[in-house]
Design a protein around this ligand. Structure first.
Ligand code: ATP
Length: 326
């Protein structure tokens, strides 16, 4: 069976009990995760958490101590050559040939893959505002990053593995990169996108996972997280304060009446009912703001932003949804 035919049949990424020890140090501990076609998975964690180790296992650059990593149905370690052919990879520190220009890098990668991807590469480079005529040694950090992105996406791979790909890239170009990623997933492609912060991946990720000290401690659909997010609502009334009406709306919590000002926290699902109550009264001032997603996510899983895990998941912001990973 040809590699392409073999690739067609399987899910994109499957990690099963994946563990990697370096001597006594367990860099990755029993990680199980599936990434499906068309999905962008945001892989988050602080320095030294195990993100790069996961990616290197996935790319067949490291041999697992136990467990397995498979990519498009291929064993990442035993079939690493086929994996490399099928995956577009942007490493944290792109390895480029100093003397070669962008065009020469593109030609070299086309040659390695026995296909001509020059036209699409030139198009992606133009969108990222990257000059392919310059030798790599003259490129700034951000432009090196852009060239690595061009080389990763040019063959239109089924899977992109991106190790902090936008860390040196300015916000406007990040948006272009996000739209390239969306086109990739619209065509059924998948991506594993690692980052230190949720902000970097929240616009493009379908799911996010957090790795801490080698363990996958949380996996969540961004859509579900957003639906559970709490909004701070505050309204000042000229006339009667509809406190009883507010209290009766499911999900409303921390209700407080201070003179003619009413405030509470409410899930997204309660906002429509609250707005109708507010608009039925005589309003002098109104405010509704969403808690930052990162704060919510970390708080829900009892994780502090600095990286250490607290004793138990906090119930205060996230209601009753269960902790799940997979
Ligand atoms: N080749 C190696 N030999 C020994 N220990 C290693 C090796 N590679 C990684 N480690 C250790 O494994 C752990 C996880 O490192 P890893 O590079 O995967 O983290 P990371 O999440 O990618 O961090 P960063 O965001 O800083 O890149 C760390 O404790 C690191 O010191």
């Amino acid at each position: 069976m040809s590699p392409e035919a073999r690739l067609g049949a399987e899910s994109t990424v499957q990690l099963a009990g994946l563990t990697k020890r370096f001597g006594r140090n367990t860099a990755l501990d029993d990680v199980t995760l599936t990434i499906g076609p068309g999905e962008v998975f945001g892989y988050l964690g602080p320095n030294g958490a195990g993100k790069t180790t996961t990616i290197r296992l996935l790319m067949g650059m490291l041999r697992p101590t136990s467990g397995t990593a498979s990519v498009l149905g291929l064993d990442a370690w035993r079939q690493s050559r086929d994996v490399h052919r099928a995956v577009g990879y942007v490493p944290g520190e792109p390895a480029l040939y100093d003397r070669l220009t962008g065009h020469q890098h593109v030609a070299y990668c086309s040659h390695l893959r026995h296909r001509d991807d020059g036209q699409w590469a030139a198009e992606v480079a133009a969108r990222l505002d990257l000059d392919l005529g310059k030798p790599a040694r003259t490129l700034s950090r951000g432009n090196r990053q852009k060239l690595a992105v061009v080389l990763a996406v040019m063959s239109r791979p089924r899977l992109l593995v991106l190790d902090e790909p936008t860390s040196g890239i300015d916000p406007l170009v990040q948006q272009v990169f996000h739209s390239i990623l969306r086109e990739h997933t619209a065509d059924g492609g998948s991506a594993l996108f690692s980052s230190h912060v949720l902000g970097e991946v929240e616009r493009v990720a379908d799911r996010i996972g957090v790795v801490r000290a080698g363990k996958l401690v949380a996996v969540e659909r961004l859509q579900d997280l957003a639906a559970r997010s709490l909004h701070r609502v505050r309204a000042r009334f000229a006339g009667e304060v509809p406190a009883a009406g507010f209290a009766a709306v499911p999900g409303v919590r921390d209700l407080l009446v201070d003179g003619r000002t009413l405030s509470c926290n409410a899930p997204q699902s309660a906002l429509d009912a609250l707005l109708k109550l507010v608009s039925a009264g005589e309003v002098e001032d109104f405010e509704c703001s969403e808690a930052p997603l990162e704060e919510m996510f970390l708080s829900y899983y009892g994780l502090d932003p600095a990286g250490s895990a607290a004793a138990s998941p906090s119930e205060s912001v996230a209601g009753t949804a269960a902790h799940h990973a997979g």
